[in-house]
Design a protein around this ligand. Structure first.
Ligand code: SF4
Ligand code: SF4
Length: 134
């Protein structure tokens, strides 16, 4: 494996790095491992990105990206409690006095007592206008 240090010192270098990302994912860098400089703070939060770049198997890399995206979305939205579930009914279902429960998931086959069985970024990004007012 070759070693490539990604040393970013300012916004311009960061944008230049982003522009090269497509190239870094190609076969030319299949045997290259990307690193941050040692003993330097990860100011631009690139560790996650470089970990993804270092996963050379495309399917495994996509799985990693989905895991990270879900983790970040959960960390951001869960504390906001936008849907305000109470006794399995969301804010909208309680207001409309609907007979269903589990909010947007009520018709989905992936719901379970332990919650969603999948990691679905699209679902995690969707909030109805009622929820967004919270
Ligand atoms: S997004 Fe709206 S409809 Fe869906 S669970 Fe939340 S409050 Fe209910
Ligand atoms: S995939 Fe998961 S989050 Fe999306 S609707 Fe189905 S159970 Fe709900």
């Amino acid at each position: 494996m070759f070693k490539k240090i990604i040393d970013i010192n300012n916004e311009n270098e960061l944008h230049a790095f982003y522009r090269k990302l497509f190239f870094y994912k190609t076969y030319f860098f299949f045997f290259t491992k990307f690193y941050l400089p040692e003993d330097k703070e990860d100011t631009y939060n690139l560790a996650v990105l470089l970990t993804g770049l270092n996963i050379k198997n495309r399917r495994k890399r996509i799985n990693y990206i989905i895991d990270v995206a879900c983790r970040e979305l959960d960390a951001y939205y869960n504390p906001k409690n936008l849907c305000q579930f109470k006794k399995a009914k969301c804010l909208l279902q309680r207001q409309k006095k609907e007979p269903y429960c589990n909010g947007c998931c009520h018709r989905c086959r992936y719901q379970s007592k332990e919650g969603c069985l999948t990691k679905n970024v699209a679902c995690k990004l969707f909030y109805c206008s009622k929820a967004l007012k919270n």
